[in-house]
Design a protein around this ligand. Structure first.
Ligand code: GLN
Ligand code: ZN
Length: 758
C-alpha cells in the first residue's frame, strides 16, 4: 500500500499553537465559578491555573512537541490578557495595576458596571472581549503573567514559545470609543509591543509566536501600512518571530506578510491548502514555514496522505530544516482528549481526534511514521465506506428540491394583513425570545431524569408544571405572544440534535465558549433526518393552557450546523439543507398543531460568514436558502419569526431581509440601537423587535430606560413594524429579575401605545 509518505526524510520539527485551557474534567470552569461564588480564594484559583498549565505543558512535551506554547492559558480571555500586558485595558475601568477583581470586572457584567463587549473570535464560537480604544490609554506594559508562565515552564524543564496576539489583530478587533480612530494609537501600540518583545529577549526567549489571524481577512491599505511598520520595528529586537496566520488564506496580504521578514511564518493549509504553492513561491531563504495541516477546529482524523503530500511539497522546496508541522490553529477550539469517551460507537470514535490525539497526529506526520500512516489510511477508508453516513431517502429529497420549496406562497406584504387579522395583536406586540429561567430545580430534574433517578413520567409532570407556571407568569406580566419556556432543553442545539439521525454525542467533548462557559457540540457524522416530532408536544401543551397566541420555538439550520462539529466529507451546504428539511417537517407539524407563530432562531447566521468578503455571497446564498427551506412550507397566516444576537448585522442586512421571516428579533440593547440606523438606511421591509434590554446582566432597567430605547426604535421604523422584546433568551436569569424586567418592558410599551393613540 502506498501511503504517500517518503520515509527517507528526517523527522520534521513540530509545534503546537495553543492548548485547550479548561482541563480534562473542566477543572478551570469549576475553579472559576467557585471563586466567583466566593467559595474559593484567589490563591486557590491561581493554583488550579498553575496546575493545569503544568499538566498541559507536560503532556505536550511527552507527546514529542518541539515548540510548546506558553501564555496561551488565560484566566478568562487571551485578548483581555493582551490588553493587560500592554497596559491597554479600557479607560473606563481605571488605570494602573490590574487586580484580579478589576480583571473580572472587565470581563463580567455586574450590577455596578457593564463589562467589555463580547464578540466572536473570527468565525469560531469562542468569544473575546473587545478592546476599547481611546486617547487616554496608558500603555504601561506589564509582563508579569507572560514572564512568570515562561518561568513556571522552565521550572518543569520545559522551554516554551510564548504566544502573543499581534498588534494588527488586536487593533482591528477593537472598537474606537465615541468615534475615536484606533490607528491614532499606532505608534504607542507598536512601542508597547517592542517593549514586550525586548523583555522576552532579555528573558532568553528565542522564539515568540505572534498570532495575526486578521491577515486571513480583507485589509485596508492603512492596516497593511500599520502592519509593515510594526513588524519592521520588531525586526530590531533580537527574537525570532513565528508570525502565525490561520482560518483562511493570506491571498493579497501575502506580500506584506513575507516582507515583514519574520523568521517564521505559519499558514493554515486545512482551510486553504491551495495557498501552500503561493507561499512557497515567495518565502525568503531564511524563513521557516510552519505548515498547519492538522485541523485545529474540528475533531476528525487528519487524512495523512493529503497532509504529508503538502508537507513533502514544502520539504522539497525548503528542505526539512525549514518545515515545521503544526495544527492549523490553536487547539483551543477542540475538546481535550478522547479517553473520556466511553459511550461513542467504537467505529465513529476511531475517526475522531481531540487535542491530545491531534498532538499525536502532528508528531506522527513529522516522523513520517509508516505504521501510523497505514492505520490512518485504513481509518480514512473505513470512514469513506461507512453506510451509516449516507441516507438515500434524504439524498433523494435534496435532489428533488424545486425553486418553489424555498419561497412562501405570498410575499410579506400580502401575508402581513392575513396574519394581522388572524392573530389580532395590539400595536407593538410584546414577546420574549423563548427561554425562561433554567433554575437549579430545572437542571436538577433533568439531571435526575438523565441519570435514571427520575422516571419519564415524573420528569414530564415536572416540565408540564414548569410550563404552566411560565404561562401564568407571562399572562400576569401582560405579554402578548407567549412561549412555553424551553425547560425541556439542555441546550438549543443539543436538544434538537438528540432527536435527529446523523448526530452523535460526546460525554466530555467540551470547548470553551467564553470565560467559564463551555459548549459540547454534537457531532454530525452522517446524513441528517427527523424520525419524529421534536417540540410539538410541549408547544401544544402550552397552547392548551392559554387563550393568548403561542409561539413555537426551533433552532435554525445554520445555527445547528455552526454549533456542531460538522462532517468534512460532504460540503457544509448539503448538511445545512438536510437539517433544513428536518426542520421544515417540524415547522409543518407545529402549524398542523395550530401553532400560529413559529420562531426559528438563527443567532449563528453571521458567524458562519467566510472571512473573505469575496466568499460571502456564495455562503449567504445557501445559508439563506437553508432558512427559507425550513420555513416556507407554511400557509400565509402562519407567522414566521427569527432571532439573532451577539454580532453586527449591518453588513448582511440584505441577506437578513432575504430570509423573509415575518418578524425578526435582534440583540441591540448593548450596541445601543446602532442597528436601527442600519435599518433606517437600508429599509428593512418586515417586522422587527430590537431587544430593549440586555439579558446578560442581572441589572433590571426601569421602564423609562426601555421606553427611551423604544422611542428611538419607533422613530426608525413604521409603527406596525415594531415588536417589543428582550435581547435574547432568559435562561440564564433568575425569576425575580425576569419578572421585574418584563413588567417594566410592558409598562414602557403601554406608554408608547398611549402616546401613539393620543
Ligand atoms: N430561543 C432561544 C432562547 O431563548 C434563543 C437563544 C439564542 O439566541 N442564543 O434561549
Ligand atoms: Zn439570542
Amino acid at each position: 500500500m502506498t501511503v504517500g509518505i517518503a520515509s527517507n526524510i528526517p523527522a520534521l520539527k513540530t509545534a503546537n499553537l495553543g492548548f485547550p485551557r479548561m482541563g480534562r474534567q473542566r477543572e478551570w470552569k469549576f475553579a472559576l465559578e467557585g471563586y466567583w461564588a466566593g467559595k474559593r480564594t484567589e490563591a486557590d484559583l491561581l493554583e488550579v491555573a498553575r496546575n493545569l498549565r503544568a499538566e498541559h505543558w507536560k503532556l505536550q512535551k511527552a507527546a514529542g512537541i518541539d515548540f510548546i506554547p506558553s501564555n496561551d492559558f488565560s484566566l478568562y480571555d487571551q485578548v483581555l490578557d493582551t490588553l493587560v500586558l500592554l497596559g491597554a485595558t479600557p479607560e473606563r475601568f481605571g488605570s494602573g495595576y490590574v487586580t484580579l477583581e478589576r480583571y473580572f470586572a472587565m470581563a463580567r457584567n455586574s450590577r455596578e458596571q457593564t463589562a467589555m463587549e463580547m464578540t466572536k473570535w473570527f468565525d469560531t464560537n469562542y468569544h473575546y472581549l473587545t478592546p476599547e480604544w481611546s486617547a487616554g490609554i496608558s500603555f504601561e506594559v506589564n509582563t508579569d503573567k507572560l514572564l512568570s508562565e515562561i518561568h513556571e515552564a522552565r521550572m518543569l524543564g520545559i522551554e516554551t514559545r510564548p504566544v502573543l496576539i499581534g498588534p494588527l489583530t488586536l487593533l482591528l478587533l477593537g472598537k474606537g470609543v465615541d468615534g475615536f480612530d484606533p490607528f491614532s494609537l499606532a505608534d504607542k501600540l507598536i512601542a508597547a509591543y517592542k517593549t514586550v518583545l525586548a523583555q522576552l529577549a532579555e528573558a532568553k526567549i528565542w522564539w515568540v509566536q505572534i498570532d495575526e489571524p486578521i491577515l486571513a481577512t480583507d485589509l485596508s491599505e492603512q492596516a497593511i501600512h500599520f502592519f509593515r511598520k510594526a513588524y519592521r520595528q520588531f525586526g530590531a529586537v533580537p527574537i525570532k518571530i513565528m508570525l502565525t496566520t490561520y482560518f483562511d488564506r493570506l491571498a493579497e496580504n501575502l506580500f506584506a506578510v513575507v516582507d515583514a521578514n519574520t523568521t517564521g511564518l505559519h499558514i493554515d493549509v486545512v482551510r486553504a491548502p491551495q495557498q501552500l504553492d503561493e507561499v512557497l513561491a515567495v518565502l525568503k531563504p531564511h524563513q521557516v514555514l510552519s505548515v498547519g495541516c492538522v485541523e485545529g477546529r474540528n475533531i476528525w482524523l487528519t487524512n495523512f496522505a493529503e497532509a504529508s503530500a503538502l508537507l513533502n511539497k514544502a520539504v522539497k522546496s525548503l528542505g526539512a530544516e525549514r518545515v515545521i508541522v503544526a495544527p492549523s490553529c490553536s487547539l483551543l477550539h477542540v475538546p481535550h482528549d478522547l479517553r473520556g469517551e466511553s459511550k461513542l460507537p467504537a467505529r465513529l470514535k476511531s475517526w475522531l481526534r481531540f487535542a491530545e490525539e491531534k498532538l499525536g497526529e502532528i508528531v506522527a506526520l513529522a516522523k513520517a511514521d509508516a505504521e501510523a500512516a497505514q492505520q490512518n489510511a485504513a481509518a480514512i477508508a473505513d470512514r469513506a465506506s461507512a453506510e451509516s453516513s449516507v441516507n438515500p431517502t434524504v439524498r433523494a429529497q435534496l435532489a428533488a428540491l424545486k425553486e418553489s420549496d424555498f419561497s412562501r406562497n405570498a410575499p410579506y406584504s400580502e401575508r402581513a394583513g392575513v396574519q394581522r387579522a388572524a392573530l389580532g395583536l395590539p400595536l407593538f406586540p410584546t414577546t420574549t425570545i423563548g427561554s425562561f429561567p433554567q433554575t437549579a430545580e430545572v437542571r436538577k430534574h433533568r439531571a435526575a431524569f438523565r441519570q435514571g433517578h427520575e422516571t419519564a413520567e415524573a420528569y414530564e409532570a415536572f416540565l408540564r408544571a414548569a410550563i404552566e407556571n411560565c404561562i401564568r407568569q407571562q399572562e400576569a406580566i401582560g405579554l402578548d405572544v407567549l412561549v412555553h419556556g424551553e425547560f425541556e432543553r439542555n441546550d438549543m442545539v443539543e436538544y434538537f440534535a438528540e432527536f435527529l439521525e446523523g448526530f452523535a454525542f460526546t460525554e466530555n467533548g467540551w470547548v470553551q465558549s467564553y470565560g467559564s462557559r463551555c459548549v459540547k457540540p454534537p457531532v454530525i457524522f452522517g446524513d441528517v433526518s427527523r424520525p419524529k416530532p421534536m417540540t410539538v408536544k410541549w408547544t401544544q401543551y402550552a397552547r392548551s393552557l392559554t387563550s393568548r397566541p403561542m409561539k413555537g420555538m426551533l433552532t435554525g439550520p445554520i445555527t445547528i450546523l455552526q454549533w456542531s462539529f460538522v462532517r468534512n466529507d460532504i460540503p457544509r451546504q448539503q448538511t445545512a439543507w438536510q437539517i433544513a428539511l428536518a426542520l421544515r417537517a417540524e415547522v409543518n407539524d407545529l402549524e398542523a398543531a395550530r401553532i400560529d407563530i413559529i420562531q426559528v432562531d438563527e443567532p449563528a447566521l453571521r458567524e458562519g460568514l467566510p472571512l473573505r468578503h469575496r466568499d460571502w455571497d456564495a455562503y449567504l446564498d445557501w445559508a439563506v436558502k437553508a432558512f427559507r427551506l425550513a420555513t416556507s412550507g407554511v400557509h400565509n397566516r402562519t407567522q414566521i419569526h427569527t432571532h439573532m444576537c451577539y454580532c453586527e448585522f449591518e453588513d448582511i442586512l440584505p441577506s437578513i431581509a432575504a430570509l423573509d421571516a415575518d418578524v425578526i428579533s435582534m440583540e441591540s440593547a448593548r450596541s445601543r440601537m446602532e442597528l436601527l440606523d442600519a435599518f433606517r438606511t437600508h429599509g428593512y421591509p418586515n417586522e422587527i423587535g430590537p431587544g430593549v434590554y440586555d439579558i446578560h446582566s442581572p441589572r433590571v432597567p426601569d421602564a423609562q430606560e426601555m421606553y427611551a430605547l423604544l422611542k428611538q426604535a419607533a422613530q426608525a421604523l413604521k409603527p406596525e413594524q415594531l415588536w417589543v422584546n428582550p435581547d435574547c433568551g432568559l435562561k440564564t436569569r433568575g425569576w425575580p429579575e425576569t419578572i421585574s424586567a418584563l413588567t417594566n418592558m410592558c409598562a414602557a410599551t403601554a406608554r408608547l401605545r398611549a402616546e401613539v393613540r393620543a
